[in-house]
Design a binder for this molecule. Structure first.
Ligand SMILES: Cc1ncc(COP(=O)(O)O)c(C=O)c1O
Length: 407
């Protein structure tokens, strides 16, 4: 399914949005984060896949590979720690804390009795747990029924206390809010809701680093045009898409690329928001193999950025994501093999779905001259699931990747 968003316009980045998220603040976030020992050193790879581009009939396909961002396995490592830094700075303004010292855990004594809590479908909770452990505060993570045991184990290994509920993601968000109110804990969520915006804004701002790195890797000097015609962004609550789109919109103004948001058909809250013209709920079961995208409710704050900037909203089936995982892992047509988890592969899956249907592809403005950027937002964050779906372990794909790189 696809809808063209008539509310998206080509114009300069509005001042009222710049007050919320900006390139300047994204740069500050990245500078702080570069001192966090849970991030791998350097930029994540920007991989060119000419073979896959040719088979999809486009001019260029670049994959920003966030699987290499951190041992935590996903781009979410850019969000939670930054939100925690900014939260602690706001809590103790009189102390004028140094963010770098905070990240290094040198204020652990101050934070000993401070507890953060969040619901998660896996990756945000893992990043928050790791950040809390580095900074020296406590962390409680609320998991819904469909979060796999291996994802729970990975979060618990970062030192968080786990609370399991029987309901779905949205109910876990409500439970986290309830527990926080009852215990005096602070919610550090990647989604916004009525009266709760600053922290999810800081999370989204952290994701702007992805766009900043891509432009640096492509040597795009200020004033030069965007090297991409299209950017495909997978959507859960909309935070990733808002963080990346806002950066590129501010940078390129009316010359920004087309943004395409891709969601699972069962968790289509952003697609529904586009149809209804306001933050909306998903119509499906909200249960998808794309665990990170299995969100039933749009983040209203993210929607403020997406509504005026995303040109196309589309949904895909679980099988489309699995096919894309295979394609990326295969390294066919001379391409480098890439480990993309279920949600990580969704951008490529959306592109392939559109290219297989000429009318939809044309509606999205894709043609043989298109230069497309996708973001592989996670590696094998659930390794057992990955092996089941791809038929090969992530380690084996990574070994083929290393051999390809060493050629
Ligand atoms: C791997 C992965 N990709 C994409 C997303 C979507 O991000 P958002 O919920 O900010 O839209 C998530 C969310 O958890 C995720 O884990």
């Amino acid at each position: 399914m696809l809808t063209i968003n008539s509310r998206a316009h080509l114009c300069d980045y509005p001042a009222e949005l710049r007050q919320l998220m900006s390139i300047a603040e994204a740069g500050r976030s990245l500078a702080w984060l570069s001192h966090w020992d849970q991030l791998n050193a350097g930029l994540t790879p920007l991989r060119e896949l000419p073979g896959l581009a040719a088979s999809l009939g486009i001019a260029q396909l670049s994959v920003k590979d966030e699987s290499a961002r951190s041992p935590l396995g996903s781009f979410k490592a850019l969000g939670a720690p930054i939100a925690l830094v900014r939260l602690v700075l706001r809590m103790f303004p009189e102390r004028e804390l140094d963010p770098f010292e905070l990240i290094a855990g040198r204020h652990a004594a101050l934070l000993r009795d401070f507890t953060v809590i969040s619901a998660t479908d896996g990756n945000h909770g893992r990043a928050l747990a790791a950040a809390a452990r580095s900074f020296g505060c406590r962390c409680v993570i609320v998991l819904h029924a469909n979060v796999s045991q291996e994802r729970e184990d990975a979060i618990a290994a970062c030192g968080a206390r786990i609370v399991r509920i029987v309901g779905n993601y949205d109910e876990s968000v409500e439970e986290a809010a309830r527990l926080a109110a009852a215990n005096g804990w602070t919610v550090v969520s990647d989604t916004s809701y009525e009266g709760y915006q600053d922290i999810p804004r800081d999370v989204m701002q952290g994701y702007g680093a992805i766009a900043a790195e891509v432009l640096a890797q492509r040597d795009v000097a200020p004033g030069q045009p965007c090297p991409y015609t299209h950017v495909f962004l997978q959507g859960g609550v909309g935070g990733l898409a808002a963080g990346v789109a806002s950066y590129l919109w501010e940078r390129f103004g009316a010359g920004r690329p087309k943004f395409v948001v891709v969601e699972p058909a069962q968790a289509d809250c952003l697609y529904q928001s586009a149809l209804q013209g306001r933050p909306a709920r998903a119509t499906g079961s909200v249960d998808s193999v794309m665990a990170g995208l299995a969100c039933g409710e749009t983040s209203p704050l993210a929607w403020r950025f997406l509504e005026p900037s995303v040109d196309v909203f589309m949904t895909i089936a679980d099988d489309d994501a699995v096919t894309a995982m295979h394609r990326l892992a295969s390294g066919n047509d001379g391409d480098v093999p890439v480990v993309a988890g279920e949600s990580g592969a969704a951008g490529v899956a959306g592109l392939a779905v559109l290219r297989a249907q000429p009318a939809l592809s044309a509606a999205a403005g894709l043609d043989a001259g298109s230069r497309v950027l996708v973001i592989n937002t996670e590696g094998a964050t659930a390794p057992v699931v990955y092996q089941q779906l791809v038929g090969e372990s992530a380690d084996s794909v990574l070994a083929r990747q290393a051999a390809w790189t060493a050629r």
